[in-house]
Design a protein around this ligand. Structure first.
Ligand code: FES
Length: 162
């Protein structure tokens, strides 16, 4: 699982993005490894990284942007201090993950994919955590939990600290 909080994320550094892209550009299918490396380093993929990566790979900005947008692994903005990922794949859907998401969204006042205004919690979808037998599943700051309901997940969020 990729980074779950932005606590260790590095500040924006264009030269570092170019260096990452240069180091990985000769891989077979270099775009995804580069995006993962940038996402891991900065905690998200800054818009400013897109043209830099496109230049190194000789791609259009639209091509890079399309890949960033397509994969849920890539964050487009910095995360809050705590990251809650609710599984929205098939088995968890069958066990009511949409209800879990709706309760958490309402209580925290944030939509799936967003971060609370106080920057405390980012709520994100994830697509199968390999915990289907205990669905609905969720990650709270990288820790896997099963048989979630809204109340249990909210209690975990409250217990996560400030
Ligand atoms: S579908 Fe949710 S853990 Fe597999």
């Amino acid at each position: 699982m990729r980074s779950t909080t932005n606590g260790a994320a590095a500040p924006w550094d264009a030269a570092a993005v170019v260096m990452i892209a240069q180091e990985l550009k000769d891989l077979d299918g270099p775009l995804l490894p580069i995006l993962h490396a940038v996402n891991d380093r900065f905690g998200f993929i800054d818009e400013r990284a897109v043209p830099l990566i496109a230049d190194v790979l000789n791609l259009t900005r639209a091509e890079v942007h399309g890949v960033v947008s397509f994969y849920h692994d890539f964050r487009r903005a910095p995360a809050g201090r705590h990251v809650i990922k609710v599984c929205c794949a098939e088995a968890c859907q069958a066990m009511g993950c949409e209800r879990v998401v709706a309760e958490v969204e309402e209580e925290l006042g944030v939509a799936l994919g967003g971060t609370t205004p106080d920057n405390r919690v980012t709520l994100e979808p994830v697509y199968c955590l390999g915990n289907c037998a205990l669905s609905p599943a969720a990650l709270v700051d990288g820790k896997l939990h099963g048989r979630m309901d809204g109340a249990r997940l909210l209690a975990l969020v409250r217990g996560a600290g400030r």
